[in-house]
Design a protein around this ligand. Sequence first.
Ligand code: ASP
Length: 412
Amino acid sequence: MLSFWFKIPLWQRVIAALVLGVITGLIWGPESETIKWIGDFFIKAIKMLVVPLIFFSLVAGVASLGDLRKLGSVGGRAMILFVITGQIAAWLGLALGTLFQPGKGVDTDALQKGEIPAPNETTAVEMILSIVPDSPVQVMADVRVLPLIVFALLIGIGILMAKEEGKPLAKIFDSGAIVMQKVTMIVMELTPFGVFALMAWVAGTLGPDALISLAQLVGLNYLGCLLIIGVMYSSMIKFIAKLPVIDFFRGIIDAIAVSYSTASSNATLPVTLRCVERNLGVSNSVASFVVSLGATINMNGTAMYLGLATLFGAQIFGVDLSMGDYVLIAITSTLGAIGAAGIPGAGLIMMALVFGSVGVPLETIAFVAGVDRIMDMMRTTTNVSGDAAIATTVAVMTGEIDVEEMISADDV
Ligand code: ASP
């Protein structure tokens, strides 16, 4: 029985769990909340890996680059792709919102009002300061990814500068990174159970009434995300990376399922890293750097949604927007997506920033809060697929990919 279970490739077990979870939730209804703890258990288990995995992999990755210039070219290319794709995504949200007018004719009285989350009041200066860790240990304890990346980068650079004398430490980090990959493999065996429980919970507890009245917004959110994945990322893989698109998506299928069910880029990070390295053949140095950075700052699904939701709010409340406002929304949406943490509901908090910039009432947030989870799941999948697509593209550009290793999903 057990050997039969393990004979089925993990991704097939995960997809089956996702479908079965939805069916179970629909049949079981709100009661399915009772098994949500299994999903929480799974999320805790993969979250536990985030800090040691980034730390070991990133230091080992930078040390193995052997050359600081290479680090600059990887980082520079990744940043350019993050910004360009973020802008395209935000404008796509604006285009969909203008074309389909999801807020027109919505009966706000029929909508249930959720809670407006406290807006993020961090100033730009505070944001810059928070990138530098005041204590690396504190940063690790709080699982703050961005300052941890900075610290790991510096250690890696230090190892490179120390040349011969840095080698013993590099070896330790190498070995640590390999051990962490094995631990990730163990924890990923929990994925089918976690995904099943989370999907059953979402499908069972989501209010159908709210979903129906906001169907257009939810539908456009899915359409926008699918366009980003199906057109933007696919083109990037096909035309810039020149790799087979199907193999790319088959390689990241575990990350897609985990991001969809957890709605958290951060929690999915260990899975994304494993997929990108093991199934797509991206080198540890590029994968650990680009994927970890991407999980916190590259959120194209969120950027698209922020643009779309702002137009939705403007249409509900009859706020007129000029072309200048559109430009402002595109900029603040991209900034909001960069600033949003890779956790469930982060995009909802960032709405306050974008709405505030063009005078859309914050009450809109209360209207969409009830169906945010189902939209968040798709945004997160888009965000995570983007990290993988950009890491792969940058790896091709810098010669840090072993295409032979891009194995078929049957072996995943
Ligand atoms: N949950 C998303 C993520 O982790 C962020 C968002 O809420 O848009 O990528």
